[in-house]
Design a protein around this ligand. Structure first.
Ligand code: DLL
Length: 433
């Protein structure tokens, strides 16, 4: 364990610590974020009403659209002089959700990412290849700081350039790999083409997440790499990677709950559900200063396991592998995409109808996204050159706004199936959940 004192803390002590931290969190949010003050006032809750962790159920939920409405800095509880890092994740339309971190926030996040790596047995001796994207996305920098905190050597590869990834993995004696599970499979495929035998490498653990994956994918990865494939979960609003990670038991992800308090609720009613029951995962960030988060509804579906303490000795609760989402967010090659973002782009382009279908598939190990778009009658009978220009324009706008390259197919008016109720905008052929 990276931090046995925190990770194996007796549960009673942990609950007490969580209660103390919740009290100061609510006070901080109430005093510094008008959004929270208004919400707490509307609910009739004052910071002094929070005496222990059991009072958490009195607090209002925070929703992603509310977060986004505060764009860019309305959720910040600390002045910009104390903010040392800004990340962002895609929102449901054009504007992203913005998170700011103080020095302490970055330290705590690095601590949790280091604990995640520790869950796979990594120590200061290890060389950690970080093949998550670096940038506004939290994957790269999150695991990078975690590796450094652990005292390991961080190799900041970012994603892509797969042949070089493989060359350095071999030449530098990489022992820990961090990337999306689909990218791990892609690395294996390229290695096979290069004639490299990955099974000869000194790899021991892999921390794969940022997108849904399955037990079958785990088995496949473990057949292709000589490592234990572990599930890592996180989200930018809460911190980034390292909110929870599987230990070597590979049975549920330990939530680092001295920082991130988990609840499972019924997504319809908002009522808390008992352990062992599937529902929506909600997080309260007990220590965050930059952007305090109270009962944030992640839209991710999972359950808190109820099968007793983990043999690894960590006392934190574990969540099951993520089982889907309550909304329509797609994750394409690790990038979050909402159909509403696609719609937002299309409605601004002349000549297209607001009728479209997003078809997601996986070819080999790579996600593909095709957007079928209806064009207007007038345009459809126009010359081919014009249609091609329109297709390129849509492709470019989607790439710019969503950061995803999509195949654009223009179709005749009235060819996309109309439904009586909610329009069906997505066809996901990947079968991942
Ligand atoms: O994906 C942070 C991250 C980076 C996690 C690297 C793990 C590794 P966001 O871009 O904000 O942050 O996306 C968060 O991705 O709400 C889930 O729907 C999904 N997700 C993340 N990890 C997993 C996982 C990062 N292990 C959203 N299994 C979350 C399934 C995951 N889905």
């Amino acid at each position: 364990m990276f931090n046995p004192q925190a990770e194996a803390m007796p549960v009673k002590e942990l609950r007490k610590l969580q209660g103390e931290r919740l009290k100061s969190l609510v006070r901080r949010a109430y005093d510094h974020v008008p959004f929270y003050r208004a919400k707490l006032d509307a609910q009739g809750v004052k910071p002094d009403d929070v005496r222990g962790i059991e009072d958490i159920a009195k607090l209002p939920f925070t929703l992603k659209p509310e977060f986004r409405e505060q764009y860019p800095f309305g959720m910040f509880a600390a002045p910009m002089k104390d903010i040392v890092r800004i990340h962002a994740s895609s929102g449901t339309t054009g504007k992203p959700t913005v998170v700011g971190y103080t020095k302490n926030d970055v330290d705590n996040w690095a601590e949790c990412a280091a604990r995640s790596l520790g869950c796979g047995g990594a120590t200061a001796e290890d060389v950690v290849q970080v093949a998550y994207g670096y940038g506004l996305f939290t994957g790269g920098l999150g695991m990078h700081y975690g590796a450094e905190k652990l005292g390991a050597a961080a190799l900041p590869m970012s994603s892509g350039n797969t042949e070089k990834q493989i060359m350095l993995m071999k030449d530098f004696g990489v022992t820990v790999l961090c990337c999306t599970p689909s990218y791990a499979l892609q690395i294996a495929e390229v290695a096979a083409k290069m004639g490299e035998d990955l099974m000869k490498l000194p790899l021991k653990s892999g921390h794969f997440g940022a997108e849904p994956w399955t037990q079958a994918m785990r088995q496949r990865i473990e057949e292709l790499f000589p490592l234990k494939a572990l599930d890592i979960y996180g989200l930018s609003e809460v911190a980034g990677p390292g909110v929870a990670n599987e230990c070597l038991e590979q049975h549920g992800l330990h939530v680092f709950e001295d920082h991130f308090y988990p609840e499972i609720i019924d997504p319809e009613t908002g009522d808390p559900l008992p352990d062992g029951q599937k529902g929506e995962l909600v997080f309260t960030c007990l220590t965050k200063e930059g952007v305090p988060l109270i009962r944030y509804r992640t839209r991710d579906i999972t359950m808190i396991l109820d099968d007793g303490p983990c043999p690894c000795g960590r006392t934190s609760r574990r969540i099951a592998r993520l089982m889907g989402r309550t909304d329509d967010m797609l994750i394409i090659r690790g990038i979050n995409v909402f159909p509403s973002q696609v719609e937002d782009v299309l409605v601004r382009i002349e000549g297209v109808q607001p009728q479209y279908l997003i078809v997601v598939d996986r070819q080999g190990n790579l996600d593909t996204m095709e957007i079928k778009v209806e064009v207007t009658e007038a345009l459809f009978s126009d010359e081919v050159k014009k249609l091609e220009a329109l297709r390129d324009k849509i492709h470019h706008q989607i790439k710019t706004m969503l950061n995803v390259s999509a195949k654009i197919t223009l179709v005749e008016p009235n060819t996309i199936e109309r439904t009586l109720g909610k329009a069906k905008r997505v066809q996901d052929l990947r079968k991942l959940t």
